[in-house]
Design a protein around this ligand. Structure first.
Ligand code: HEM
Length: 417
């Protein structure tokens, strides 16, 4: 297992900037649901729904995943990043301005804004690839971690490329069977990029933070191979040849294997008192498994499967890790600022477990009500879910603010000697 290398970690401001942006996008997702109500959950193809999907996939998950990668690669995976703080700032601007333009362009709908969003996001993913892939490729012989991370980043790039193509098709620039290509784009983004990153990172962080055994190397290699070959080949079969059965099967198998594998590992945890992270991941695994079952169920509503995976499972898994990473970034800041020989407050003091638990419980409640609203199509439930999502993200922002205050307070009280 790779060891933490604090000296290689970037300036905490670089990943921190992405993590602090997450609640703003999450609050927007809540506001959209509060304003649009049931209409947002009626069909996967309504402009507002597709915009809402990208508030989650790019605004919430994208910021959390870009920021976590910038921290995780050098500090935990021993992978050198190209580009310094300026590159990280450009990445942050391109991702967030691109997402804002794409979401507005999809929602209104407005072709020019969609195109501007696609350009900004293509730049953001290209900058991410330029920063991470040279180091990842150089370390490919180093085991499953760099292979899994490289696969996730390549799938992110492919998702962005197909997203740009879809925008061009919507704007009438290229002829494309949009619904089929959208399925391929969505599968690459959700399974290859988002889940791929969790599978790669999970093998290291689950034993570290949750006391589970490591996922057997063969099981992980099988998942990665399935995604690496299944997503491009079966995606092509659907997009070009019109046969979608294999792609559906690959996505269902990837979701179920991830979720059931995670629950199996958690059941073997050494921890006698599981903390909020373990509970949040269990919730995320269960929501992911339900998403897989709904997708496999003939005639089940696609929106329900989408909500379970995009709005509940992935945010729960990613945001609960975000709290750990954010607290760790605060600790690194103090470690660097206050010098050696000083007893620093632990991450549990900087961001107390009770506060993490509070944030995650609110997310869990919001997730449950979003699922009920999507399954039973109750207008009031949808608006309540929107209000809860909004509150959960405001609570997350408040927890992050409290963490920053604790770090600043300690640094001011203990100036470098
Ligand atoms: C360059 C970045 C991206 C662009 C330009 C983009 C663009 C698009 C477009 C144009 C559609 C089809 C909309 C329609 O036909 O109405 C779409 C659908 C979708 N995209 Fe993206 N996308 C991007 C990134 C992502 C990422 C990173 C993910 C996942 C992690 C993602 C997940 C999805 C999903 C799940 C759908 C289907 C939505 C639905 O069924 O309601 N996209 N995207």
């Amino acid at each position: 297992m790779a060891r933490l290398a604090l000296e290689r970690a970037p300036d905490a401001a670089d990943p921190g900037r992405f993590l602090r942006t997450v609640p703003a996008w999450g609050a927007l997702a809540g506001l959209m649901l509060l304003a649009e109500g049931d209409a947002l959950l009626a069909s996967r193809w309504s402009p507002a729904t597709v915009a809402w999907v990208h508030v989650f996939t790019l605004g919430v998950l994208g910021n959390a995943m870009f920021g976590s990668l910038l921290q995780f690669l050098p500090a935990s995976a021993g992978v050198a990043l190209r580009g310094g703080p300026r590159h990280a700032r450009a990445l942050h601007v391109a991702l967030n301005l691109g997402t804002a333009a794409l979401v507005a362009g999809l929602w209104l709908p407005q072709a020019g804004l969609r195109a501007a969003g696609a350009v900004g996001l293509a730049l953001a993913f290209a900058l991410l690839g330029a920063a991470t892939l040279p180091g990842l490729v150089a370390g490919l012989r180093g085991g499953l971690l760099p292979k899994g991370l490289a696969l996730a980043v390549v799938c992110g790039l492919a998702t962005a490329a197909l997203g740009v193509l879809l925008v061009a098709a919507m704007n009438g620039a290229v002829p494309l069977a949009i619904t089929r290509w959208t399925d391929w784009h969505a599968a690459l983004g959700l399974v290859g990029w988002a889940l791929g990153l969790l599978v790669a990172v999970g093998r290291m962080v689950m034993p570290m933070f949750q006391g589970t055994p490591a996922l057997p190397a063969r099981a992980q290699a099988a998942w990665l191979l399935g995604a690496a070959f299944g997503l491009p080949l079966c995606g092509l079969a659907w997009a070009v040849a019109g046969d979608g059965r294999a792609l559906r099967l690959v996505v269902i198998a990837a979701l179920l294997a991830f979720a059931l594998g995670g629950l199996w590992l958690q059941a073997r945890s050494r921890k006698s008192a599981p903390g909020p992270l373990v509970a949040a991941w269990r919730y995320g695994f269960i929501a992911m498994a339900c998403g897989g079952v709904v997708l496999a169920w003939p005639g089940a509503p696609a929106v329900l499967a989408g909500v379970l995976v995009v709005a509940v499972a992935l945010p729960m898994l990613v945001l609960s890790m975000l709290l750990e990473i954010d607290a760790f970034l605060g600790w690194i800041t103090l470690h660097r600022r206050c010098g050696r020989g000083l007893q620093l407050p632990g991450v549990q003091t900087l961001l107390p477990a009770a506060r993490r638990r509070g944030v995650l419980r609110l997310f869990a409640l919001a997730g449950l009500v979003v699922v009920l609203a999507a399954g039973w199509r109750q207008g009031l439930a949808a608006r309540l879910a929107g209000a809860l999502l909004l509150c959960a993200h405001l609570f997350l922002a408040w927890a992050q603010l409290g963490l920053s205050r604790a770090v600043r307070g300690f640094a001011v009280a203990h100036p470098p000697r």
